[in-house]
Design a binder for this molecule. Structure first.
Ligand code: HEC
Ligand code: HEC
Length: 277
């Protein structure tokens, strides 16, 4: 069963291929890269076309297929009622909306670092969740609501998924998820939120994105078991992973909210000092 789901997922990733970068000869202003997203609906209804559509369905309506309320109890693999596309926007095809297309050729050697070109410059200060609370009230609560619990759809009744996904609480992503890391969350939020934002015209300032991300990651959420076993090479652990153990001498508080420059310096030094393997 897991194998069928993986095949469908990989098929939809494979069909969507990033286009080349358009290089203008004389124009001084850089143009955004061409992002070619083929129409999945234009695929024939053969075996491959069906597999791709099934994969897209898994990404858009994950909760219905593998969520905790999935009709078949044997398929309840996911711990919450989110859809992959709540974070991997437009079914994983939106640039800087955590795209997951074109992975097929690289799988399983893909890098988790896509989208690095326009990341927020590390603000050289710890993020401030209390200031972020005000940004949240101003720019986010109208949709995600004051409790961060989002809004379910009302249809279909049995398993409706979310119209607006939760940002914290019992049905949200867990504390081991990529979105619970400050830098990842801040970049996602700045490039994509409020929903409908284009990454070329962010609506939040870097400072507001930084602090509202801190507010979101500071909120209660489900706990993932065995987090200490993540990232066995501790010097390769991303600096904003909010749970220890760490090899760099800094504690969870600074890893959660920054400032990150001192941590990066320590990691670089320790890596240079460690014996070659
Ligand atoms: C709560 C938000 C969220 C949800 C829901 C989510 N993801 Fe992700 N996903 C992320 C983030 C954030 C990253 C980047 C993690 C990192 O940088 O380490 C990621 C990374 C990935 C990657 C690696 C991409 C790459 O280019 O390296 C894959 C594949 C992926 N997710 C698949 C899925 C699938 C399939 C689902 C649904 C079953 C899903 N995700 C649901 C947030 C989410
Ligand atoms: C106009 C409504 C709207 C506003 C305002 C809005 N969001 Fe969202 N948000 C959404 C929707 C809808 C999604 C699901 C993805 C999509 O369909 O674009 C989402 C997804 C997310 C996600 C990833 C999914 C998850 O469950 O974690 C995060 C994180 C997020 N929003 C944070 C924020 C923050 C922080 C703000 C305020 C700066 C904000 N949003 C403002 C509607 C909104």
């Amino acid at each position: 069963m897991r194998r069928t789901i993986l095949a469908a997922f990989l098929a939809v990733c494979a069909v969507i291929i990033p286009g080349g970068t358009a290089v203008a000869q004389d124009a001084p202003a850089p143009r955004p890269p061409v992002w070619t997203v083929p129409q999945i609906s234009a695929l024939p209804n053969d075996q491959y076309g069906k597999l791709v559509r099934q994969g897209r369905d898994l990404i858009d309506a994950t909760y219905a297929h593998i969520g905790p309320l999935a009709a078949d109890p044997a398929k309840r693999f996911a711990g919450n009622n989110l859809a992959c596309s709540d974070c991997h926007l437009r079914a994983g095809t939106k640039m800087f909306g955590l795209p997951i297309f074109g992975l097929f050729g690289k799988y399983p050697l893909y890098s988790a670092r896509s989208g690095a070109e326009i990341t927020i410059r590390d603000l050289d200060r710890a993020a401030d969740p209390e200031r972020g609370r005000q940004v949240y009230a101003r720019s986010c609560a109208t949709c995600h609501n004051a409790e961060g619990s989002g809004f379910r759809r009302s249809f279909p009744r049995a398993n409706p998924g979310y119209a607006i996904p939760p940002l914290w609480g019992s049905d949200s992503f867990n504390d081991g998820a990529g979105m619970s890391r400050l830098i990842t969350a801040a970049n996602f939020i700045r490039a994509n939120m409020p929903a409908g934002t284009d990454y070329l015209a962010p609506q939040l300032s870097d400072a507001d994105a930084w602090d509202v991300a801190a507010f979101v990651v500071s909120q209660p959420r489900p706990h993932k078991a065995d987090l200490a076993k993540d990232f066995p090479d501790r010097l390769d652990k991303p600096v904003d992973v909010p749970y220890g153990p760490y090899a760099d001498g800094f504690g969870e508080q600074q890893h959660k909210y920054g400032p990150f420059a001192p941590i990066r310096e320590a990691v670089t030094r320790l890596k240079a000092e460690r014996p070659a393997r």
